[in-house]
Design a binder for this molecule. Structure first.
Ligand code: F6P
Length: 506
């Protein structure tokens, strides 16, 4: 039975979209996070009476301790949030280990950052089974399961092996790597077999989908029907003897590109609030009329932060007219701090920022303002509104929602977006943004100079184009497009823009 509006939706993600805080009396308080995913999916869950399953974000509390907080927030949102708790060992092997030291770097083409520890793979399987057990506790016939991201690629397979198959779709928020990178994964057969148990399987871009299709053609000899943004894949029966991962029966799955969006209106409304406007004005006053070049990135080696700093240094060398006239305001949000590569990156960045500020600071002007902390939604909106230029230099990025949030918050239409061509967002935003190759330090520096001198008319035209795209292709449309494939039986055409391909003139 295809899931219509009446069947329940069960969403599963590694993290619940909630922020949990310990109160002084030892009890816990939970509130919804401000992301687009929660705004898009909660209305669907509420309408269908669904459940969201995930880790509540702490290992310092027991299930019994967090349950009252989750019950309160479930009541407030009109849908159920159900926790999966991790032990310290599971955090290390499953979250830091397999998810973030194997799959994360591999899927971002950075396989030299991978740590292929066999124990990590065991932990990944154990925790996927744990999530499967949590789903099995609540799933009823006819429910549709929507699984999110690289932490849970085995979930549908685990449910079938438990004897509790559930119709399930999967969306990958990260990129999917090319064949020659993917093949290095010691567990490549198992991961692909498990992914092929989902229907539909969604990717951020046509490029990611193409990489995935190439991998399954080579490893499983599948046949692909259709040419639109959603194709149907026929998977021949695979016997257990054909490789690790167990047998799979002959079947068909839909595979599509569904670029995720943001809640455009909520971000724009936030940027129009009086408090946010006042904060933005104060930020501008603090930098005394200079242009603000804004960076907001999670501390991650995929974000190209050293490249960004080198390009800024290069721009200060080559374009002395920028001195005293710009500030790079770089927010770095702490992340995955137990992983050595992340600790190393922080040291590298702070060293580089110290060097650049040491070289260029003069009385009354410190070129880089660096902040290493979490930013509240209101402060973030104020920075977006105040920034004359947003600078995003990811080496590889599933989508990059900062790019879209910046456009949505630019209610005055005067900001310039400089965007890496290796961010998924480049496919949709290529017409309004200045696209850069983050490895081309001279090129990024030239884009900074171009943005700095861009006439207001051109800024406005570009920002209008960007905002139109971000508004039209928002997170609600994304959720409808993905879930629509399940109701329309597979081959729905979702008209999304072609991939970005660099040309000599761009
Ligand atoms: O897909 C990337 C992602 O998992 C996002 O969903 C999330 O915002 C980000 O990486 C940070 O992930 P985490 O802090 O859970 O490791």
């Amino acid at each position: 039975m295809p899931p219509g509006d009446k069947e329940r939706l069960i969403v599963v993600s590694n993290r619940l979209p909630l922020v949990l805080n310990a109160r002084e009396d030892g009890t816990w308080d939970a509130k919804g996070s401000s992301g687009g995913l929660i705004s898009a999916l909660v209305p669907v869950l509420r309408r269908r009476g669904g459940v969201w399953i995930g880790w509540p974000g702490t290992i310092d509390a027991t299930r019994a301790e967090v349950e009252p907080a989750l019950a309160a927030v479930s009541e407030a949102y009109g849908c159920t949030f159900k926790p999966v708790m991790f032990t310290q060992q599971e955090m290390e092997g499953f979250y830091f280990g397999f998810s973030n030291e194997v799959i994360w770097p591999l899927f971002h083409d950075l396989f030299t950052n991978c740590n292929f520890q066999p124990d990590y793979w065991k932990a990944y399987q154990t925790v996927n089974r744990k999530f499967a057990a949590a789903v099995a506790e609540v799933a009823r016939p006819g429910d549709f399961l929507w699984v999110h991201d690289y932490h849970l690629m085995d979930l549908a397979g685990e449910l079938r092996r438990m004897g509790r198959p559930v119709r399930a779709g999967f969306f990958l928020h990260t990129p999917f790597p090319p064949l020659e990178i993917f093949l290095r994964l010691p567990w490549r057969f198992e991961i692909l077999r498990n992914l092929l148990e989902f229907d539909p399987i969604g990717f951020q871009t046509l490029h990611d989908r193409r990489n995935f299709l190439t991998c399954i053609k080579v490893l499983f000899n599948v046949r692909v029907k259709g040419t639109g943004s959603v194709v149907r894949v026929h998977v021949p029966a695979v016997g257990a003897e054909a490789g690790p991962g167990g047998a799979i029966p002959e079947h068909s799955v839909s595979v599509g590109a569904f670029p995720i969006g943001i809640d455009f209106q909520a971000t724009a409304n936030m940027a129009m609030r009086d408090e946010v406007r006042a904060k933005a004005a104060a930020l501008k006053a603090d930098i005394r009329g200079r242009q603000m070049i804004l960076g907001v990135d999670r501390l991650d080696y995929t974000k190209g932060l050293p490249n960004k700093l080198q390009a800024f240094r290069n721009a200060l060398h080559r374009y002395p007219e920028l001195h005293h006239r710009v500030n790079l305001v770089q927010h770095v949000v702490p992340s995955r701090k137990e992983i050595p590569d992340y600790q190393q990156l922080r040291l590298e960045l702070e060293h580089l920022i110290g060097q650049i500020n040491g070289e260029f600071t003069e009385s009354g002007w410190v070129p880089i303002h660096y902040m290493f902390h979490h930013l509240g939604a209101e402060d973030l909106a104020a920075y977006y509104l105040a920034a004359d230029i947003a600078l995003i230099t990811s080496l590889k990025d599933g989508m990059n929602l900062v790019a879209k949030e910046y456009c949505a918050a630019q209610v005055e239409h005067t900001g310039v977006l400089i965007l890496s061509e290796f961010a998924g967002a480049a496919a949709q935003l290529q017409r309004g943004a200045l696209l850069v190759n983050p490895y081309d330090i001279d090129g990024v520096a030239a884009a900074i100079q171009r943005a700095f001198t861009m006439p207001e008319k051109e800024r406005r035209e570009r920002m209008r184009l960007l905002r139109r795209t971000v508004r039209n292709e928002d997170v609600y449309r994304w959720a409808d497009a993905f879930l629509g494939v399940t109701t329309r039986g597979g081959l729905a055409h979702v008209p999304y823009p072609e991939d970005y391909l660099p040309s000599a003139s761009s």
